[in-house]
Design a protein around this ligand. Structure first.
Ligand code: NAP
Length: 259
């Protein structure tokens, strides 16, 4: 399917690996020019080079912490008028509800709520003026079904979800859509880190921790960044202009709910 976005410009945050990279790859495959971001310059440059080689599109790498004002300014400098914005950042650490301090909450809210909101506030006016825009926020299936040890993520992402619910309806008449894409478990370094926590906590091997988790997923495997990226690229396509303010779960059926 031609996604109809060849030659468009996209910012993909936190994209040197994992789900962000999956989104960047799928957009590059659709002919989109990219500004990709992560903190570590080396891996980011390698990803940019791979995307250029594979898809022949312009890819600019901006090494910066997207959760800081300076980091966001650097990314926006490299792409002041994006047609597409994919918001992403690392997830907060796991823990126990009784242990988190105000500072822990502020850090999580900064990274997973206020940073994507700041980027939307920066790019939405231009998208509306030009009559086309696509924003996809990578959040988490934990927004729909809380993961007990990820309470910081559950909380911060719920705030972002509320902002998107209202804002998406205020910009839609200008050809701009905002949606959230909610990953369940995907085979990335983040998933390995979570499995390592289970392995350590329960005294089982890493393989066993993964097998146990896979058994809870109806498709019996982890998702891939490629599948996730393809869904993101579709949401950024010309065909998705009627999908507004949705929270699309990408989890192999793991969320056991009728609606
Ligand atoms: P990942 O494989 O660990 O990749 C994270 C990417 O984000 C890396 O490129 C990393 O590069 C970059 N990054 C992290 N913090 C950043 C920051 N402050 N500024 C700029 N770049 C940053 O993680 P992932 O699995 O793709 O997860 C992406 C998001 O989806 C996370 O928020 C995670 O909580 C959420 N999620 C993932 C899953 C899953 O199963 N994988 C499930 C639910 C939710 P640098 O470290 O070099 O900055």
């Amino acid at each position: 399917m031609d996604l109809g976005i060849r030659g468009r410009r996209a910012i993909v945050c936190a994209a040197s690996k994992g789900l962000g990279r999956g989104c960047a790859e799928a957009l590059a495959g659709a002919g989109v020019e990219l500004v990709i971001n992560a903190r570590g310059a080396e891996e980011l440059e390698a990803t940019a080079a791979a995307l250029r080689d594979l898809h022949g599109v312009r890819v600019t790498a901006v090494a910066a912490d997207i959760t800081t004002a300076d980091g966001r300014a650097a990314v926006l400098d490299a792409c002041p008028e994006p047609d597409i914005l994919v918001n992403n950042a690392g997830g907060p650490p796991p823990g126990l509800w009784s242990d988190w301090s105000r500072d822990d909450f502020i850090r999580a809210i900064d990274a997973n709520m206020l940073s994507p909101i700041a980027l939307m506030q920066a790019v939405l006016p231009g998208m509306m003026a030009r009559g086309f825009g696509r924003v996809v926020n990578i959040t988490s299936a934990a927004v729909k079904a809380p993961i007990p040890q990820l309470g910081l993520s559950n909380s911060a992402r719920a705030g972002l979800t509320g902002f998107v619910a209202g804002t998406s309806r205020q910009v839609a008449s200008k050809g701009v859509t905002i949606n959230n894409l909610l990953p369940g478990i995907h085979a990335t370094d983040r998933a390995t880190a979570l499995d390592q926590g289970v392995s350590k906590g329960e005294g089982i091997s890493l393989d066993e921790a993964r097998r146990r988790r896979e058994a809870t997923i109806p498709v019996r495997r982890y998702g891939t960044p490629e599948e996730f990226g393809a869904t993101c690229a579709f949401l950024c396509s010309v065909h998705a202009g009627f999908i507004v303010g949705q929270n699309i779960v990408h989890d192999g059926g793991a969320l056991n709910a009728t609606l």
